[in-house]
Design a protein around this ligand. Structure first.
Ligand code: ADP
Length: 214
C-alpha cells in the first residue's frame, strides 16, 4: 500500500475511531483528503446516527456516463457514496490517480453525498478506512457476472461485514467501457454523449498518449 491509499482521522474527527495513518503525497492531496473526512464526518455525526456509506470502486480511466449513471442510482439508495479510484502503479493509465480524483470531483462540486478518493491495495481495507460496508458494482451484461460474483464472495470472505450491491445502468450505457472510450478517441472518434463533456475535452488532449487497438 502506498501513502495515497490511507484515510486520515482529521478535520473535525469521525464518529468512529480509526487508527489508520497516512502520509501526504502532495499538498493538494492532503487538502483534498481533509475535505473528504470533514464531509464524511458531517453526515456521520448528524444526530449521531450511523448511516451506511457505499463505495463504488473502479479504475475510472476515464469516468464515463455509465459510471455517472451508477453513482446517480447509488445516491438514491445510500446517503453517501465514495467513488474509490484504484491507484494501481502496475497498470499504465491515461490519467494519474490524482488527475482522476480532480476530474471526477469536479462533476460533484457542491455535493456532500458524493466523495471521490483514491486507494491502493485491497478494497476491503479502503472500506474500513472510510467506515463503509457497502460495495457498489455496475452490472452491464451477463458477461460481467462471473467475475463480479467471484469478487463479491472474496470480498465477503476478507471482510464479512461487506455487502456487494449490483446496479444496472440505463440501457444506452450498457455497452460502454473505459477501454472502448479510449479506443474510440485514439482513432479520432467522437465520444460526445458517452463521457461528461469536461472529461471528453481532457481525453482528446491526451490523444497522442492513447494506445490504439491492434
Ligand atoms: P470500465 O469497465 O468502464 O473500464 P471500471 O473498471 O473502472 O470501468 O469499472 C468500475 C465499475 O463500473 C465496475 O463495477 C463496472 O462494472 C462499472 N461499470 C463500468 N462500465 C459501466 C457501464 N457502462 N454501466 C454500468 N456500470 C459500469
Amino acid at each position: 500500500m502506498t501513502a495515497l491509499s490511507h484515510g486520515e482521522n482529521e478535520g473535525g474527527g469521525r464518529c468512529g475511531d480509526s487508527s489508520a495513518k497516512w502520509m501526504p503525497r502532495t499538498e493538494n492531496d492532503e487538502l483534498h483528503r481533509k475535505d473528504c473526512n470533514r464531509r464524511l464526518a458531517r453526515i456521520d455525526c448528524v444526530n449521531n446516527l450511523h448511516r451506511p456509506v457505499a463505495v463504488f470502486p473502479g479504475s475510472f480511466d476515464p469516468f464515463h456516463l455509465g459510471h455517472y449513471d451508477i453513482v446517480a442510482r447509488a445516491t438514491q439508495i445510500f446517503p453517501q457514496v465514495v467513488v474509490g479510484i484504484l491507484d494501481n502503479p502496475q497498470k499504465k493509465s491515461v490519467f494519474s490517480p490524482l488527475e482522476r480524483v480532480e476530474m471526477i470531483s469536479e462533476l460533484y462540486l457542491g455535493r456532500d453525498d458524493v466523495i471521490v478518493q483514491s486507494f491502493t491495495g485491497l478494497l476491503v481495507n479502503f472500506l474500513k478506512e472510510v467506515d463503509a460496508n457497502i460495495i457498489i458494482r455496475g452490472m452491464r451484461a451477463i458477461s460481467d457476472f462471473e467475475y463480479e460474483f467471484q469478487m463479491a464472495l472474496m470480498n465477503r470472505r476478507l471482510y464479512p461485514n461487506a455487502e456487494t450491491v449490483f446496479l444496472t445502468p440505463k440501457e444506452e450505457y450498457s455497452y460502454l467501457s473505459s477501454r472502448l472510450v479510449r479506443e474510440v478517441v485514439s482513432l479520432g472518434g467522437d465520444v460526445t454523449g458517452l463521457v461528461p463533456e469536461s472529461i471528453r475535452v481532457l481525453l482528446e488532449d491526451r490523444i497522442d498518449t492513447l494506445e490504439r487497438p491492434t
